[in-house]
Design a binder for this molecule. Structure first.
Ligand code: KG4
Ligand code: ZN
Length: 361
C-alpha cells in the first residue's frame, strides 16, 4: 500500500536547505522532502497488509518490505517534490527507537545516499521527529511544550524544552502501548488488524458509560509513583475477562458498548495525564501525535480538557501523525537551521535509543 500525503504550501525561498528524511522504524517506509519548513513530498509505503494475518507487526517481514520499498519510495518522493537527488542539501534518518532490522535498512540507505551525494547526514530520534512534524503544518512550536505521543509502538509524555537539543521524558507506558491495547482488544472483539480505527468506528454505535473499565495508574498511590505514566495491560485483561464471562454465560456480547467503554477508559487516562503534565509543569502548549492521535474520542476529550485548562492544543493532520518520512525531514531541517553537528560515519541503528537523545553525534 502506498500513500502520498504532500500538501505543498507556497514555495519557500530556494536559499533554505532541501532536506530528505527517511523513516523505517516499524512497518512504514517513509521518505519526506522539505525545504526549510515547507513540505514538498511525503511518500509512504506501508507493509501493514502483510502483517494483518499475524495480528501484529512481524519484524522480519517489515525489514524485507523496507528493502523492496526503499528505492522506489525515494524516487517517488523526488518526483513529487520536483527535485533531483543531487539538489538535496542534507539527509536525515531515524536512528531509533524501533525494530533494529527495520531501522538498519533506513540507516544503510541514508548513509549510502549521504556518501554518494557528499552531503551531511543526521541520525535522529523517532519520537522527537513525531513532534517536529507539526512545524510543517502549524509553524514554529512554542517552547517549552508537552507532547503526548501515542501509537502502536509508543506511549509517552515528553517535555520539549528545545526540540533541536533537549527533550525529556515525563511519563511512559509501563507495559503495552496505547495502540497495542486497541489492537489486542479489537482481536478479542473479532475485529481485523489494525484495530484502532475499527474500535473507533464501532464505538460510535455504543454507550461509553455501559461498562466501568479500570483506569490504569490513576489511584492515589499510583499517582505518587507513576504520575505521568500509563498502563494498559490491566485494562486489556479486564476487557478480555468481561467478554469471556459473557460468552461462558451464553449471553450476547454487546460489542459496541465494550468498544466504546474501552475507548473511553484509554482516552480518559491519556488526556487527563497529558493535561495534568501541562498544568503542573506550567506549560501552555500540548502536542498530540502518533497513530492513536487519529482516535475521535481522544481528540475530542483532549480538546475539551485543553480548552478548560487554557492550553493550546496542536494536532498534526492524520497523515502526519502516523509514521512518515516528512517528520524525519522536518527534524533534520530544524537541526540544520540550529547549526547542530551532523552524525559521524559510524552512525548505526539503535533500537532502544533514549528519548533524550534528539540526534546522534
Ligand atoms: O503511528 P502508527 O501508524 O505506527 C506505530 O508507530 O505504531 O500507529 C499505529 C497504531 C495502531 O495500533 C492503530 O491501531 C492505532 O495506531 N490507530 C488508532 C486509530 N487509528 C490508528 N487507534 C485508535 N483510534 C484510531 N482511530
Ligand atoms: Zn511512531
Amino acid at each position: 500500500m502506498t500513500v502520498s500525503d504532500a500538501h505543498p504550501r507556497s514555495a519557500s525561498p530556494l536559499t533554505e536547505p532541501l532536506v530528505l528524511g527517511i523513516e523505517t522504524s516499524c512497518d512504514e517506509t517513509g521518505v519526506g522532502i522539505v525545504r526549510g519548513s515547507t513540505l514538498l513530498a511525503n511518500e509512504v509505503a506501508s507493509s501493514v497488509d502483510e502483517h494483518a494475518r499475524f495480528g501484529g507487526v512481524v519484524p522480519e517481514v517489515a525489514s524485507r518490505a523496507h528493502l523492496e520499498a526503499m528505492l522506489p519510495t525515494v524516487e517517488r518522493a523526488c518526483r513529487t517534490a520536483g527535485v533531483h537527488l543531487a539538489d538535496v542539501d542534507a539527509l536525515s534518518v531515524t536512528s531509533g527507537p524501533g525494530l533494529v532490522g527495520a531501522l538498519l535498512v533506513g540507516v544503510a540507505a541514508a548513509k549510502a545516499l549521504a556518501l554518494g551525494l557528499d552531503k551531511p547526514l543526521y541520525g535522529v530520534n523517532h519520537l522527537a521527529a513525531h513532534v517536529a512534524v507539526d512545524t510543517l503544518e502549524h509553524g514554529p512550536l512554542p517552547q517549552p511544550a508537552v507532547a503526548l505521543l501515542v501509537s502502536g509502538g509508543h506511549s509517552s509524555v515528553l517535555m520539549v524544552d528545545d526540540l533541536s537539543h533537549q527533550v525529556r521524558p515525563l511519563g511512559v507506558t509501563i507495559d503495552d502501548a496505547a495502540g497495542e491495547a486497541f489492537d489486542k482488544v479489537a482481536r478479542v472483539l473479532g475485529l481485523p488488524f489494525p484495530g484502532g480505527p475499527e474500535i473507533d468506528r464501532l464505538s460510535d454505535e455504543g454507550d461509553a458509560r455501559a461498562i466501568a473499565f479500570p483506569r490504569g495508574l490513576t489511584s492515589g498511590r499510583d499517582m505518587q509513583l507513576h504520575r505521568y505514566d500509563f498502563s494498559f495491560s490491566g485494562l486489556k485483561t479486564a476487557v478480555a475477562r468481561w467478554v469471556a464471562q459473557h460468552e461462558t454465560d451464553g449471553r450476547a456480547v454487546p460489542r459496541a458498548d465494550v468498544a466504546a467503554s474501552f475507548q473511553e477508559a484509554v482516552a480518559d487516562v491519556l488526556s487527563r495525564k497529558a493535561v495534568l503534565a501541562c498544568t503542573e509543569q506550567g506549560v501552555d502548549t500540548l502536542l498530540l501525535g502518533g497513530g492513536v492521535a487519529a482516535n475521535s474520542r481522544l481528540r475530542a476529550m483532549t480538546e475539551q480538557r485543553c480548552e478548560d485548562a487554557g492550553i493550546a492544543l496542536r494536532v498534526p493532520r492524520p497523515g502526519l501523525c502516523t509514521d512518515n518520512g516528512a517528520m524525519v525531514a522536518a527534524l533534520g531541517s530544524l537541526l540544520v537551521a540550529d547549526g547542530v553537528d551532523p552524525s559521524g560515519g559510524d552512525l548505526g541503528a539503535v533500537s532502544s535509543l533514549p528519548v533524550d537523545v534528539v540526534s546522534v553525534g
